[in-house]
Design a protein around this ligand. Sequence first.
Ligand code: SF4
Length: 350
Amino acid sequence: MAAVEARSGTAALPGMDDVARTVTTPEFEGVTFHEVLCKSALNHVPESAALPFAWTINPYRGCTHACTYCFARSSHEYLDFDAGGDFDTQIVVKTNVAAVLRRELRRASWQGDTVALGTNTDPYQRAEGRYRLMPGIIGALANARTPMSILTKGTLLQRDLPLLATAATTVPVSIAVSLAVMDAELHASLEPGAPKPAARLGLIRSVAEAGFDCHVMAAPIIPYLTDDEASLRRLFGAVADAGASGVTAFPLNLTGRYRGWFLAWLTRNHPALIRRYRTLYGSSGRASPEYRTHLRSRVAPLLAEFGLATDPLEEGPYSLAPKRPARPIRGRLRVEGSSAVAPAVQGELF
Ligand code: SF4
């Protein structure tokens, strides 16, 4: 049974809406949910971000998938939480997000631009099993003839495939699955709360069988741990076999405040790599151009060998500077009654 602490009307999270209540429950040991009533659902992405979509929705802040390399960790500090353990365990839930979204989509000014989900935290993290926010969001977007793009590691998306297939009969719907680590031990250490690689391969298969093109975000590639030819071959072969249509891959970035969290993990688990990472990343936080060229030369032939498309909107399979097209990106699908357009491209944000 859930333990509930009422905090009605308390502005407990800086920059966020008031916390209606906080909840802990034995099903989610060590996790605290902060249920808030949000004032807005749609977030506008500034042009200066140079991202290929203009609108996002994040029903949750923080993510129990707890990926060590997650760039979104830094954003938790705006809520006065830390970017480490708090990001994994202090989860903000916008319980009214679908109702607020419906109101925003009714505005005369709404032009039906594509909305991206999964750009900051995973909309199908475990909390979605409890709160079921996504069906309302999908329904609201479909009713407003608004294309949508979803990127996730969460197998919970399978629950909503029938709904997404129905939505795809009226609007473009793009689905991408994030999977970059196949080794079981490394996955458990790097992404301790995320579904196992085999489960995500099953998700890719389900998405493809539901009639969608399933793009795979094979990112980040972790230098010296997942970038060898055998690891990449295993990954691309597995996703191709599961029915993926294409892959986007790019190396780990360490440009944000999450850098410290990742490097602490590296120090604990692979201390011998610290010196090589210093050389590779320098002060920029980006892998050196030489490394990226080297990785590209390793990845490209493998993608070709497995018949996997790369992202046509990027300069290469792991461009580090995707540009927003003249119009926000539209999702792609191959469901009857809709047109095939570009794949999900949230990669730089995930
Ligand atoms: S990388 Fe994605 S799935 Fe992993 S913790 Fe961050 S938001 Fe969650």
